[in-house]
Design a protein around this ligand. Structure first.
Ligand SMILES: Cc1cc2nc3c(=O)[nH]c(=O)nc-3n(C[C@H](O)[C@H](O)[C@H](O)COP(=O)(O)O)c2cc1C
Length: 226
């Protein structure tokens, strides 16, 4: 991971020595507000209202909402057992989430890795990569206007160590469960989003500094409806 970041940083410096300085956020840790485990919107209402949203208001995402969305997708719901909000084959937990912050209150623009046990974010890249992500997503320009993108990646080997070849399907199933959790939570918060599966793996990898063995399964764009 450290080697990947260092290599990415070295590459960025090598190709763009005169680029404007970005906030020095690499390694910065942001502790998220504690997630809420109760609310006033019925799950049935979130199911009835969820619709893919691709047009976002300029309003930034509150940090607490960003944290709530990440918790809904992959947060710890039983600290004693280490269990999370979404099911996982054999509790192997292969998913790794990255929050791409464009307009999130209190969070510098950049890519932040979600750490479920501590419910916090660790910055892995600075700057605003949403336009590059939109390009990697086969030119879906609307992604660049979403205040935040949640990149759902995975380390399939965590699951493969136990389940062998079936891990590929298990990991995909888990990504879907996490994404739906996030989308329903978005509705409950008065937000909306879209699950995006169309992107070029290699192009996306150049923008989001993944850890060793990680691969991206999906992107979820979220924000306030326009
Ligand atoms: C696996 C998967 C991949 C998807 N990829 C994209 C995508 O790349 N871009 C997009 O705008 N919507 C994408 N969608 C969203 C679908 O277009 C959307 O769910 C569908 O049109 C039904 O509309 P609804 O979500 O509003 O009910 C994807 C959905 C799934 C399940």
């Amino acid at each position: 991971m450290t080697a990947t970041i260092t290599a990415a940083l070295a590459a960025a410096l090598a190709v763009a020595p005169a680029a404007p300085a970005q906030p020095a956020i690499l390694g910065a840790v942001t502790v998220l507000p504690p997630p809420r485990t109760d609310g006033t919107v019925a799950v049935e209402r979130t199911l009835a209202q969820r619709r893919s949203l691709r047009s976002f208001a300029p309003r930034p995402l509150a940090l607490a909402d960003a944290g709530q969305l990440l918790w809904a997708a992959q947060g710890v719901s039983d600290a004693a057992q280490g269990r999370r909000t979404a099911p996982s084959a054999g509790a192997t937990y292969p998913l790794v989430l990255y929050l791409v912050a464009g307009r999130v209150d209190g969070l510098p623009a950049g890519v932040h890795r979600y750490e479920p046990p501590a419910h916090r974010l660790a910055a892995v890249a600075g700057g605003d990569p949403r336009a590059d992500i939109a390009t990697a997503a086969r030119g879906q320009r609307w992604l660049a206007d979403a205040p935040a993108l949640v990149v759902i990646a995975a380390q399939p080997q965590r699951t493969a160590a136990r389940y062998g070849a079936r891990a590929e399907r298990y990991v995909a199933i888990e990504a879907g469960a996490a994404a739906q959790n996030l989308l329903l939570q978005a509705v409950a918060l008065g937000l909306g989003g879209t699950l995006v599966g169309a992107f070029d793996d290699a192009a996306l990898r150049r923008v989001v500094p993944l850890g060793n063995g990680e691969q991206v399964l999906a992107i979820v764009a979220v924000g306030h409806p326009r």
